[in-house]
Write a new protein. Structure first.
Lengths: 326, 339
């Protein structure tokens, strides 16, 4: 009887932690910075951070889908750079609005190509996307001769610097819309159920009539689309697209956010909300430590330790729910 | 399904509305752009200088930071520094954070000068003057402190010409990537002076990987392209040291010149591996940047897009000890690597 109670308590705590663990970490972290650093708690700084978390946050949606299917993509940093330089270079000929559409189309094509290589040519995602990491970056260098593309089109620039009612940065709005659409896709549409099914057990999914390859191609293409949106907002915010500097370590940041958010690298169920909160944690942590004048080397140590801590607490959740060992 | 379609349509309409409202918001900003209103101070203790630095990884930037910090201490200003960690996105985020902190003035050493435009515009709209300490800029700033890179290139060409004293001997150039608009003048000055002195720069190769290894590889390429090259100039410090090591490994007798005055270069000159370097003054660049902000904030002096050239010097085995002693006296740092 006591064992049963203990198990129940464990399960309750596990479920609580699963739902509220990351937001709790975020709130505690936020409170510490807000108390210790007055400049951290300003609305301006909050919106600034939220806006900057959108680049990683938006791409993390696509990466969550891909990781849920048991794959991952390490080419997205180079993809971001290539999409930004290509799209922004078209502006003088086709204008900002069509430039953005073409950038998103290119991003979808690049993601689609990754999906084709992984599914139809049966090349492991790690090898495919590692190769593409070099190909995309090299193409960005070749196309621009390593000269940044400067952006002066107001429409394009609004995507990084525009503010609703002169207060809310546009990237935040865009991130909200992306998460809303992704939630509907994942939780309220058959495609979402297929993605989960493919990630949980691809063979069973195939036997039940799901075209596994098509779902994998779709998630890679969707990842391309979200990276494309990040590329537009990021380059708009910088006012330029630099083929060498844009997207450096971007894949690392995005994969970190997704894994920190509770999506298992082995595939299966994932958490969009977790990815979002994790993207916020990474951004606010860096900002808070910067404002606290923490030495940049100690910032790296702290960021690494917080990540290990968060992931181990995530493992604790599965242990308490009786779904794994701790 | 119909319900989902409805939600999608509503979401799309909301987005379209948001874009429209954003346009209206931005147009308002344009109208307010008309010129920079700077708040002036009478009490130095009320002034906070924010510094956004490329990285603390390299000695050059450590010295820029020391200059900024020392100037703030000497002038009685408060000082806040944020490290960009070599990340252009973080650089913009940091500059915006400094604006949010309501600092009085900003010094920035940008990792990507092409990307500071919108962030600097944002700061200046908030009445915060911005001085770029080296590297470059895009769009208007109050002042840019920048080494006289063209002159540095000329000094390198003159040095090689004086040592070779034979116009038939070819020269080589390890150049910077095209994106570094200001630093590329180091190569342009060299090419211009070499042409004036009637020397042929037979190889002009871009160092693709900005590191000692990149310099080593590029030097090997120069040796393959021009086997009888007699003198080379590399436009950055670590690359020059790598190139000098490649010359040594190849057993060739080639004159070599670097640029920056990094501790590794000083050591290489002392060891007889590198023949000379062009010394920049990062400490002075940092210090003077704060002095300019003081002139704007306290003396009401007008600075708008002013480029302030900073002199450079040739360092050779003959004058290295004197220059190292001067650096130690001025900055408190040794010009040589820490033992």
């Amino acid at each position: 009887m006591e064992d049963y109670r203990l198990r129940k308590t464990k399960q309750k705590f596990g479920a609580f932690w699963g739902n509220f663990g990351l937001p709790l970490i975020f709130i505690i972290m936020f409170a510490i910075f807000a108390i210790s650093t007055p400049s951290f708690r300003s609305t301006y700084n909050f919106l600034n951070n939220l806006s900057f978390s959108s680049y990683v946050g938006i791409a993390a949606i696509g990466m969550t889908f891909v990781i849920m299917t048991g794959n991952f993509d390490i080419s997205i940093g180079s993809m971001l750079s290539l999409v930004a330089v290509l799209g922004s270079s078209f502006i003088p000929k086709i204008g900002g609005a069509v430039g953005i559409i073409s950038a998103l189309l290119i991003a979808c094509i690049l993601g689609f190509l990754n999906g084709i290589f992984v599914t139809k040519l049966r090349i492991p995602a790690f090898i495919t996307t590692l190769g593409m990491l070099f190909v995309f970056r090299a193409l960005a260098f070749i196309y621009t001769n390593n000269v940044p593309v400067y952006i002066s089109d107001r429409f394009w620039l609004y995507f990084g610097n525009g503010k609703l009612f002169d207060v809310i940065p546009f990237p935040i709005l865009l991130m909200g819309v992306c998460y809303g659409a992704a939630y509907l896709l994942l939780r309220r549409s058959p495609v979402g159920r297929y993605i989960i099914a493919v990630g949980t057990n691809p063979r069973a999914a195939a036997l039940s009539g799901i075209n596994v390859d098509n779902i994998k191609i779709l998630v890679f293409t969707l990842l391309g689309l979200f990276v494309g949106i990040s590329a537009v907002t990021n380059s708009a915010n910088l006012g330029s697209a630099n083929p060498g500097l844009m997207g450096q370590d971007f894949e690392f940041q995005v994969i970190t956010a997704v894994v920190l958010g509770g999506t298992a690298l082995s595939g299966g169920n994932g958490s969009l909300g977790g990815s979002f909160i994790a993207a916020l944690i990474v951004t606010f942590l860096n900002n808070g430590m910067g404002l606290m004048q923490v030495n940049s080397y100690w910032q790296m140590v702290a960021t690494g330790l917080v990540m290990i801590f968060a992931v181990s607490l995530n493992k604790l959740k599965f242990f308490l729910l009786g779904q794994g060992e701790f | 399904m119909k319900r989902q379609l409805k939600i999608f349509v509503i979401t799309a309409l909301c987005l379209a509305l948001a874009i429209t409202l954003s346009f209206i918001g931005c147009k308002k900003e344009e109208a307010a752009e008309g010129g920079m209103q700077v708040k002036t101070y009478t009490n130095a203790a009320d002034i906070t200088i924010g510094f956004s630095l490329w990285t603390m990884e390299f000695t050059f930037f450590q010295n820029v930071e020391k200059g900024v910090k020392d100037a703030c201490e000497d002038l009685g200003f408060k000082y806040v520094m944020i490290d960009q960690n070599s990340d252009a996105t973080k650089m913009v985020q940091d500059i915006n954070a400094l604006v949010g902190q309501k600092v009085s003035g900003i010094v920035v050493t940008p990792v990507d000068p092409g990307a500071i435009g919108p962030a600097v515009e944002n700061a200046r709209k908030a009445g915060i003057p911005v001085v770029c300490a080296d590297i470059g800029k895009s769009g208007p700033v109050n002042a840019l402190m920048i080494s006289n890179n063209f002159k540095g290139g000329e000094l390198a060409a003159e040095f090689l010409a004086s040592k070779l004293n034979d116009k038939t001997k070819p020269l080589g150039l390890g150049n910077l990537l095209p994106q570094w608009t200001y630093a590329r003048q180091r190569g342009e000055g060299f090419l211009s002076k070499a042409m004036e002195l009637e020397y042929n720069v037979a190889a002009n190769i871009i160092v693709q990987n900005p590191s000692a290894e990149g310099g080593y590889d590029t030097m090997q390429q120069i040796l393959s392209a021009v086997p009888d090259v007699a003198g080379v100039y590399f436009t950055s410090g670590r690359e020059a040291v790598g190139a000098a090591q490649a010359i040594q490994a190849a057993g060739k007798d080639i004159w070599s010149v670097g640029y920056n005055g990094d501790p590794e270069e000083f050591q290489a000159i002392k060891d007889g591996v590198l023949d000379a370097t062009i010394l920049q003054e990062p400490y002075y660049i940092g210090y003077r940047s704060v002095e300019i902000l003081k002139e704007i904030l306290m003396d009401g002096k007008f600075y708008e897009n002013v480029e302030v050239p900073v002199d450079v010097k040739l360092v050779t085995p003959e004058n290295i000890d004197q220059i190292a002693a001067d650096i130690l006296e001025k900055t408190g740092n040794s010009a040589f690597p820490a033992q």
